[in-house]
Every structure is written in structure tokens, then in C-alpha cells.
Design a protein around this ligand. Structure first.
Ligand code: AP5
Ligand code: MG
Length: 221
């Protein structure tokens, strides 16, 4: 049972890699961004509260985000271990997570930092498409679906995230460098950081992550 965080800039491949690695290691993939987008799509009270923040590309207030993630973490399936993608995103969130896990006698085992150069991030985000139904991630250049506009996994309709517009991407990158990047040094100081080069094919990056976790003795197979 392991608790792992994936950290990296917008477009680094957190969602793509977290979903594959979670399957391989039998962990639950929890993405704060996916949870917000689901709430938006369902028009729930949470969705209404967070809409403007997502559209602007700024962080949702900690109070809302922490409560949502903690609720998800308390679901029974999270007992088998988790990969957190997109959370924590600043120091207060990291501290809230730490104390919530500590109360259950748990801790974060490793933090995988996926590193990608800025020009590559911009190109990936402008070509990204998502499945409306199952949130699977595609790229029109690197990993297009077999049938245009349709999800290979569930047949759902593919769409472009509104926050992948160039202006909003720029804002999200600024927010990342100002508020989230300091977590890298924070987890390095704790001896938990595992740095992985995020460029190259998707399968290649997956291999790097799994082998880095193996070196850290988190993966034995
Ligand atoms: P969130 O959904 O978390 O977005 P993000 O951090 O900006 O990250 P992305 O999802 O854009 O990138 P990713 O790293 O997952 O890349 P992906 O795998 O898709 O957050 C959205 C918003 O929600 C925030 O702006 C904020 O408002 C709110 N929010 C979320 N969490 C919050 C929190 N904790 N606190 C406060 N607010 C929060 O890949 C990108 C593209 O690249 C895809 O097209 C993919 O196919 C392609 N690709 C992936 N890997 C490769 C590869 N190796 N080679 C080539 N292409 C690749
Ligand atoms: Mg993502």
C-alpha cells in the first residue's frame, strides 16, 4: 500500500502517467482537476463554486479543494493506496494532506516530479483532447484516437479543455511556478522526491517512472 504524489507543470503528463501507473501498481488515481471538471459537468454546488477559478486558470481556494480531496481520500478504495495528481498544489495543501494521513497512521511515500521544458508543455496542451465521459487524455499529434472525435476506451465524445486556450495556459504556468513549484524543494528536503524526465514517448516515460519507483523499493515486480 503506497501513497504517491505526481507533481509537474500543466501538460507535463501527470494525468496520462498517473492513470497508467496506477493501473500497473494497483493504486487508485485521484486527480483534483478531474474531480472539479466532473462537478462542473454535473452542475453540482461544488461545480458552481469552482467554475470561475478553472476558467481563469487560478487555484481554487484551499478550503474547497482540501475538503473535496479529503472526502475522496476517505472512500474505501483509497485504502489500497493512491496516486495523487494535481494535489497538493501549495504548501498549505501539502500540510493538510500530511496531517490527514498522519491521523490514519499513513504518510506520503514518494513524490514523482515529471519534468518537461516549457515549449513542449505549450505544444502538448494546445493539441490535447479529453473524453467527456471517462476523462481519458489524447493528443491530436502524439496520441490521437483511432476514430476522430471519439474515445477509444468508452466511445465518449472528445473535447478541448477551455483552460487550454493560450492565454489561460500562460496564467496556469505562472500559477504553477509561483505556487506549486516550491513543493519540489519541500519534498526534496523530506527525501521523498523522485525526478523523472518527462520528454520522450508516453510509454518511455511510464518505464522511467516505474523503474525509478523500483529503485526506491516501492515496486518490487
Ligand atoms: P489540472 O486538471 O490539475 O490541470 P494542470 O495541473 O494544469 O495539469 P494538466 O491536466 O493540464 O496537465 P497534465 O500534467 O495532467 O498533462 P496530461 O497528462 O493531460 O487543474 C485544472 C484546474 O483545476 C486548475 O487550473 C485549478 O483551477 C483547479 N485545480 C486543480 N487542482 C487544484 C488544487 N490542488 N488546488 C487548487 N486548484 C486546483 O498531458 C497533456 C497532453 O500531453 C495530452 O494531450 C497528452 O496526450 C500529452 N502527453 C502526455 N505525455 C506525453 C508524452 N510523453 N509525449 C508527448 N505527449 C504527451
Ligand atoms: Mg491533468
Amino acid at each position: 500500500m503506497y501513497n504517491i504524489i505526481f507533481v509537474g507543470a500543466p501538460g507535463a503528463g501527470k494525468g496520462t502517467q498517473a492513470s497508467t501507473v496506477a493501473q500497473k501498481l494497483n493504486l487508485v488515481h485521484i486527480s483534483s482537476g478531474d474531480l472539479f471538471r466532473q462537478a462542473l459537468a454535473q452542475g453540482t454546488e461544488l461545480g458552481k463554486q469552482v467554475k470561475a477559478y478553472l476558467e481563469k486558470g487560478v487555484l481554487v481556494p484551499d478550503r474547497i479543494t482540501i475538503q473535496m480531496v479529503m472526502e475522496r481520500l476517505s472512500a474505501p478504495d483509497a485504502e489500497k493506496g493512491i496516486i495523487l495528481d494535481g494535489f497538493p498544489r501549495n504548501l498549505p495543501q501539502a500540510e493538510a494532506l500530511e496531517s490527514a494521513l498522519a491521523q490514519q497512521g499513513k504518510a506520503i511515500d514518494k513524490v514523482v516530479y515529471i519534468e518537461v521544458a516549457e515549449a513542449e508543455l505549450l505544444s502538448r496542451l494546445s493539441n490535447r483532447r479529453l473524453c467527456r465521459r471517462c476523462q481519458a487524455v489524447y493528443n491530436m499529434v502524439n496520441s490521437p484516437p483511432s476514430i476522430e472525435g471519439k474515445c477509444d476506451k468508452c466511445g465518449g465524445e472528445l473535447y478541448q479543455r477551455p483552460d487550454d486556450e493560450p492565454e489561460t495556459v500562460k496564467k496556469r504556468l505562472d500559477v504553477y511556478f509561483a505556487e506549486t513549484a516550491p513543493l519540489i524543494a519541500y519534498y526534496r528536503r523530506q527525501g521523498k522526491l523522485v525526478e523523472v524526465a518527462g520528454e520522450g514517448g508516453v510509454a518511455e516515460v511510464t518505464r522511467r517512472i516505474v523503474s525509478a519507483l523500483r529503485e526506491e523499493k516501492l515496486v518490487t515486480r
